[in-house]
Design a protein around this ligand. Structure first.
Ligand code: PLP
Length: 389
């Protein structure tokens, strides 16, 4: 059965994902099953989406209740789930306003537009350049793809959007030089670079950049599409770093498995987007927003402590493997540098019944945040056995 599906997938769906050998059918929490009934422990969470596992009861009930009330109506009208969610997010973060959209890329597009307009409103034409970091990932639309500091992603799709320059991560002089040479409106960064190789930025670098930006009225945009919503052991990673960004973007986990994204604005730019300067047909959709409330409500200190503890456990276990060079990351966002072929390990894990990921040459683990300890232990034992086989 599963070979038949794989063949049809390859025939009818554009082959951009290099899919792993599992046709997944259903699951509950951190355990999934394929169409042939084989069991998998999930250490991937749909790439940092399913933080409470698949088909999480609380989220499911919130979504089903909203589905029976109002599935969609235009953003020209008020809807309750959006308003409640916005208030909760502002209260939990101290940010002043939010804009809802449907994907990480869109949340970042909104941040880019806001940064440009903020500067245009204050300084007029020309102050539109955004500094991003080498190895960063910000999305796949043309503007967010331009923002990505990875040449390999840029090869086939030029011409790109004007106004992006790339600094070396963890090198403040590189940021300062670009800021002096260009007319810069913002600096945008992931605090743990995800797709680029699970690299947590040096806190001293982040603080130097944030201080410099504040002194020069350059907006600090933090992309928390992957790091956000508890993944690093803090509600948002910027809280762990102790900085005060002007704009924070998030997506993935906040939707609980439905497409949902948020761009949050601090006081500095809360009034930048005005009537008809931005919008989205589905952004803030009542079903997605009702589900998101059920996610945000459960991001508490107890969960954060659990994330930190489980992350430390995984790190320690994997560091003890002969074929592991090092483990990087924060909380439950981990990258593993192997001394053996990555594809062999990934395929071996799937074969052994564990779902894992890769990121720029590393094995990447992003388990559900609430994965039960016994399930996690079972999964990690399987991964260790494959690595040291
Ligand atoms: C840091 C970061 N920003 C943006 C994106 C793009 O998000 P989406 O795929 O939802 O557009 C991703 C996706 O992996 C990401 O990790």
């Amino acid at each position: 059965m599963h070979n038949e599906f794989e063949q049809m997938d390859k025939e009818y769906i554009v082959n951009v994902y290099n899919r792993l050998d599992a046709v997944l059918d259903h699951g509950k929490g951190s355990v999934l099953y394929d169409v042939d009934g084989k069991e998998y422990i999930d250490l991937s969470a749909g790439i940092a989406v399913n933080i409470f596992g698949v088909c999480d009861d609380v989220w499911q009930q919130a979504v089903i209740a909203q589905l029976g009330k109002l599935n969609h109506i235009s953003n020209v009208f008020y809807t309750e789930p959006q308003i409640i969610l916005a208030k909760k997010l502002c209260e939990k973060t101290g940010m002043k306003k939010v804009f809802f959209s449907n994907s990480g890329a869109e949340a970042n597009e909104c941040a880019i537009k806001t940064a440009r307009k903020y500067s245009h409103d204050k300084y007029g034409d020309g102050r539109y350049t955004i500094i991003t970091l080498k190895n960063s990932f910000h999305g796949r639309t043309i503007a967010t793809l331009t923002a990505c500091g990875q040449d390999s992603l840029h090869q086939d799709f030029g011409p790109f959007v004007d106004g992006f320059v790339y600094a070396d991560a963890d090198n403040f002089d590189s940021v300062k030089k670009l800021a002096e040479e260009n007319n810069v409106c913002a600096i945008m960064m992931e605090l743990v670079q995800g797709e680029g190789g699970v690299h947590p930025l040096d806190p001293a670098f982040v603080h130097a950049v944030a201080d410099y930006a504040k002194a020069h009225d350059i907006l600090v945009v933090i992309d928390e599409v992957q790091t956000g919503n508890g993944r690093t052991g803090a509600l948002y990673a910027y809280m762990k770093y102790g900085i005060e960004p002007d704009i924070v973007t998030t997506a993935k986990a906040i939707g609980g498995g439905l497409p949902f994204a948020v761009t949050m604005f601090a006081d500095s730019c809360q009034h930048t987007l005005t009537d008809h300067t931005h919008g989205s047909t589905f952004g803030g959709n009542p079903i997605c927003a009702a589900g998101a409330i059920s996610i945000v409500d459960r991001l508490d200190d107890q969960l954060m402590a659990e994330v930190t503890k489980k992350g430390e456990y995984i790190k320690k276990e994997l560091e003890s493997c002969q074929n592991v060079e090092w483990v990087s990351g924060l909380g439950l966002m981990l990258g593993v540098k192997l001394k053996k072929d990555l594809a062999e390990v990934v395929n071996g894990c799937v074969d052994a019944g564990v779902l894992v990921l890769t990121a720029n040459g590393l094995l990447r683990l992003l388990p559900p945040l609430n994965i039960p300890m016994d399930v996690l232990q079972k999964g990690i034992e399987k991964v260790k056995a494959v690595i040291d086989k």
